[in-house]
Design a protein around this ligand. Sequence first.
Ligand code: A3P
Length: 282
Amino acid sequence: MEPMAAFRSQFECRNDDVFLASFPKTGTTWLKALCHTILHRHDQEEEEDILTKKNPHQVVPTLRVQHLLLSPRRRLMHTHLPYSYLPEEVTRSPAAAAGCRKLVYLARNPKDTVVSMWHFYNQVHKGSAGPLSVERAVESFCSGVMPWGPFYEHVLGYWEESKKRPDEVLFLKYEELCGEPKEQVRKLASFLGRSFPSTTDGSGGGDDDEVEKVLWRSSFGRLKELEVNKYGAVGEQGLHLSHTIYFRKGTVGDWKNYLTSDMARCIDQVTQNKLLGTGLSL
Ligand code: A3P
């Protein structure tokens, strides 16, 4: 909490900052890789792609106070904080000021999020108190006892804001990125002010090639196989995490392999209650 509180009170925003936000295990790694690649796609040749040398979490930091970034370039940062906990500097609309600060949120299906979180938790705490059962993980998720707070309030905080300020807050879904990747990446690039040049002859060349390149560079298959992600590791809050932990399956609907129908029904019920009347479906 301490670094978060310091971040909240000390962070100084720039008008061209790009913030990424997500609940843990909803595709943060992918979002970081995609946004970095979109923003820097003209700066780098293949061999200079920083993602071949660093894990996306090292390229796009998840903000803590020590990360008050001094970069002269346009800053790209991430947070797991709920919207209501963001520094006022970030949430205050810069409409009156020059430039336009952007915030991109990525949401994911709750059942896949629980399963991903459950695997992650058991990997991180391997060898300590024994594995957490999937029943306990579901129970905890449904009652809102999660790292970074309750899932639904997290998602809804950003969802409501994206409705109020669509030019400054973009709300994406993991499943839509998987289902219609090109459309979603075009939308993301255009939101970030880095649209792909459009093709006029309808041949699909040019712009399509660039979109595909961004998708390939950020893809699960490519990142998972890179040396840096196969053998690298990161020190996080006293933990030593292998980069492989961030790349498990990267699919939609893996919950079917782990949750009983009762567990799925229980999550669906909470989802229905929490999202009722919000216009959001997950
Ligand atoms: P699974 O556990 O379902 O495989 P986060 O990055 O927020 O920690 O989320 C992790 C989830 O995103 C994991 O889901 C992981 O496999 C998946 N993921 C990581 N990189 C990805 C990528 N480039 N494309 C799609 N999914 C990715």
